[in-house]
Design a protein. Structure first.
Length: 217
């Protein structure tokens, strides 16, 4: 095995930035918006809103997958999915999740964790109406996380859905919608030289006040 193909042999320095308690934004939302904007403007970041979400099922077994961040405000972060999917089943059993946004080109990572609830139907419908028509059809055609006989069957279902909604608006499927992760902890990580990385954590304390803490890398 060559050095480049051996994970243990890979080395890389982190030199792009720093994160300091005196200059960090006063709220996690301001800081996340700042970093997200930087990632979105960086051509080396191909999908700035790619977000990994980890859930735990009723037996305590964790699962993680990549979704797309589709909402960011003072409430938290929003993503959309099929309410019959594996992740939705996990959240029904354990309505708590952890998420991470990683921007390797920026040498930055943001971790969030907190309770998860469904967004209201009006918010789901407004977002769904703004999606491309092909994505709307896909939401109806795909029984997410279930076994399908073949891709051909999936494509045939998509054609049938397209015929069903020909020449009219496509509503959001009743089993499809958004989730809101309301963070209790948000950690910002900035790569630094010699593995002495910067880690600042925004934590909601017992009195409902956000505190900022530096963590050892």
């Amino acid at each position: 095995m060559g050095v480049m193909s051996d994970p243990a042999a890979r080395r890389r320095g982190y030199l792009r930035g720093q994160l300091d308690e005196n200059s960090v934004s006063r709220t996690w939302l301001e800081q996340l918006r700042l970093w997200y904007s930087g990632a979105a403007d960086d051509p080396a970041v191909t999908e700035p809103n790619a977000m990994q979400v980890a859930t735990v099922d009723v037996a305590g077994r964790p699962a993680v997958r990549t979704v797309l961040l589709k909402g960011l405000d003072e409430r938290g972060v929003v993503f959309y999915t099929n309410y019959d999917s594996a992740k939705a089943n996990d959240l029904d059993a354990n309505p708590y999740a952890a998420a991470v946004l990683v921007w390797l080109a920026e040498e930055r990572q943001v971790r969030l964790s907190g309770p998860v609830t469904r967004v209201d139907r009006a918010e789901t419908e407004a977002y769904f109406a703004a999606r491309p028509r092909g994505s709307q059809l896909g939401a109806w055609a795909s029984p997410q996380s279930t076994v399908v006989p073949s891709r051909a069957v999936l494509e045939q279902t998509a054609r049938e859905v397209e015929e069903r909604f020909a020449d009219r608006d496509i509503p959001a499927p009743p089993n499809w919608g958004g989730y809101l992760l309301a963070p209790e902890v948000v950690e910002f990580w900035q790569g630094r030289p010699d593995r002495l990385h910067d880690r600042l954590r925004f934590r909601l304390d017992e009195s409902g006040v956000w505190v900022i803490e530096r963590l050892a890398p």
